[in-house]
Design a protein around this ligand. Structure first.
Ligand SMILES: NC(=O)c1ccc[n+]([C@@H]2O[C@H](COP(=O)([O-])OP(=O)(O)OC[C@H]3O[C@@H](n4cnc5c(N)ncnc54)[C@H](O)[C@@H]3O)[C@@H](O)[C@H]2O)c1
Length: 355
């Protein structure tokens, strides 16, 4: 039997998600993590120590010079996705860049152009596309089991979950936005993927920045990506709502990192003529249908693997074989276009076309 080729890979950014990538590469039969990079040396060194990685660097440009490294994960704050991914592609590396693609469509298109020009794979960390339950729902919709799906409704809300107040997550120039670009991107992408990418037509969105702006007044019990930096900036929305019209179903959404309601939820509902599906985000789903006058509620039970491990394995295999990745940049640009239209709509306070 042919031996599986282990592609030498590197990670740039050893924060929360960089650690997940490191665990994934270490566990993958298709990769070998040989270099980790972080501006903060101790972070790179910690990941290197955990996984016995030979190189821990603070400047990614030094890593780019190593021709034996073929694949790179870009796990950096959003404003660095475009410049660093493009530099990696130019250096001949395949890239798995975390979500969102970038701050805006202009940057996303520059990344796509670089992938084409340098003939390397650029995959995006739209990890829900690798969730077995999500793919089961996508298959059901494809096989018309719900009939015509005419509407999707999604909620991604929390009571108190603004991340790292005053840090890069809440700084528009570094994050591109707040809850919509950070959490909303996962939900919108998952929905477009399950619907087989209907052309988005317009967005009518509203964005609210009410609870985090006066940082010292923000009451909370815990803070991920914290602690707060009161010398920093919070100029992004923490709450959103809106409607996306597509050439297929409409998509209504409600999202919040924080709001003055003590309950949060995360789900997606697909409404079809013959049946509906309610997916608890990251979890199980229920199918609702009727037959011969009877109502049915079905809770399928699937063997669900790790979506992250599937994402990393897929990236490495597609990079090695040239097979088209399910998270290929060409299929994620549409999600970024919806995000851009959302922010424009919220700014103009009216419905805008998706360009
Ligand atoms: N797919 C997911 O579910 C998921 C989950 C979390 C985060 N993310 C995405 O991953 C990205 C990173 O998020 P995070 O939560 O890990 O952030 P983080 O702040 O925890 O980590 C970012 C790391 O990048 C380092 N860094 C910053 N500038 C650098 C530079 N120029 N060179 C090298 N290192 C640099 C920082 O020191 C930090 O360790 C974001 O785009 C975020 O949206 C995705």
């Amino acid at each position: 039997m042919a031996k599986t080729r282990k592609m030498k890979c590197a990670i740039i950014g050893c924060g929360t998600i960089g650690n997940t990538h490191a665990d994934g590469y270490a566990a993958s039969p298709y990769g070998e993590l040989v270099c980790v990079v972080d501006l903060v040396k101790s972070k790179a060194e910690a990941v290197a120590a955990k996984h016995r990685v030979p190189q821990a660097l603070t400047d990614y440009r030094a890593m780019l010079k190593d021709p034996t490294i073929e694949a790179v994960s870009v796990c950096l704050p959003n404003y660095l996705h475009a410049p660093v991914s493009i530099a990696c592609l130019k250096a001949g590396k395949h890239v798995l860049c975390e979500k969102p693609v970038a701050l805006n469509v202009t940057q996303a298109k520059a990344m796509q152009a670089a992938a084409r020009r340098y003939r390397r794979l650029l995959a995006i960390g739209v990890v829900n596309r690798f969730h077995d339950n999500v793919n089961a729902i996508r298959d059901m919709i494809r096989h018309q089991e719900l009939g015509q799906v005419y509407h999707v409704h999604t909620v991604f809300t929390a009571h108190r979950s603004i991340p790292g107040l005053g840090g890069w997550f809440t700084t528009k120039s570094k994050a591109g936005g707040g809850v919509m670009i950070d959490w909303g991107v996962h939900f919108i992408d998952l929905i477009l993927y399950c619907l087989d990418f209907p052309t988005p037509v317009s967005v009518s969105g509203a964005a609210y920045a009410k609870l985090g702006r006066n940082m010292r007044d923000y009451a909370y019990t815990g803070m991920w990506a914290g602690p707060p930096n009161f010398d920093g900036v919070c100029d992004v929305e923490e709450s959103v709502s809106g409607l996306i019209r597509t050439k297929g179903p409409n998509i209504a959404f409600e999202g919040a990192w924080a709001r003055n309601i003590g309950k949060g939820d995360m789900y997606i509902e697909f409404l079809g003529e013959k049946g509906g599906v309610r997916l608890q985000y990251g979890g199980n789903f229920t199918v609702y249908t009727s037959r011969d006058g009877a109502l049915y509620e079905i809770q399928p039970s699937l063997r669900v693997g790790s979506m992250f491990q599937s994402e990393f394995n897929s990236f490495l295999q597609c990079a090695a074989t040239g097979r088209k990745s399910p998270a290929h940049i060409d299929t994620v640009i549409g999600t970024q276009r919806v995000l851009d239209a959302f922010y424009l709509s919220a700014k103009k306070n009216r419905e805008v076309a998706v360009r």
